[in-house]
Design a protein around this ligand. Sequence first.
Ligand code: IP8
Length: 257
Amino acid sequence: MILVKLGGSVITDKEQYRTFDQANVKRLAKEIVRSKMPVMIVHGAGSFGHVLAKKYHLKDGYRNQNQMKGLTQVSLDVRDLNLRIMDALQSAGLNCISIPPSACCLMDDGKLVDFDLEVVHRYLDLGIVPVTFGDVVLDLKKGFGICSGDQLMAWLADEFDPERIIFCTDVDGIFTADPHLNDDANMIEQVDRSVLARLPRSERCADVTGSIYGKIESILDLAKGREAMVVNGRVRGRLERALKGEAVKGSRVIGDG
Ligand code: IP8
């Protein structure tokens, strides 16, 4: 089984609140189906989650009742995004089912501590692809928090031991600096913990679940002895080729063994 994350930057315009990239999502859905590979899918929140999560400080947990309006709106928005993605996947011919983390996950001080996977196993047994996503989740210490798609990827990787892990982003791989801001940025074809120190720590937009640096750190953590790929989900064919195990432009992340 291959674990795929569709990052928020390939399914939305991350800078504009609630801007869905339907054309790209449709193409990615077709590539997943054409690859004929068994998958499990996680998607990010993009501008359907991060903009309001930042405005209402949802990552910090409960501070005051004013946040509740933001919490419920973000929950509504990420479900809306998820339904649009489910629709594209189903239209492309994939039998899939949505697994909303707010209903089956629990965090403790920002860390995912419970994700009941029995339903996920049962859907997989029926040949149905589970699709989950970055969401608002209850937190034992903070009341609530934001659970990123990357935390869900780590949990699923531990349980299902996928043969490959693929992250789709809006750039060709992992760079020495943000390639959107810096023409001199170089792509690093193979990333392990020793090259992490060279990675950028800056944040480009309203991403409440971490900088590019933080994302790579979490990929290294979740990959453990496995290999993860970061590929450009905005370039036609890259996801399909990566799914099939063909050579494709991107960065290989070698997790700590
Ligand atoms: O886009 C964030 O998930 P991510 C989830 O995978 C929310 O980091 C609700 C902002």
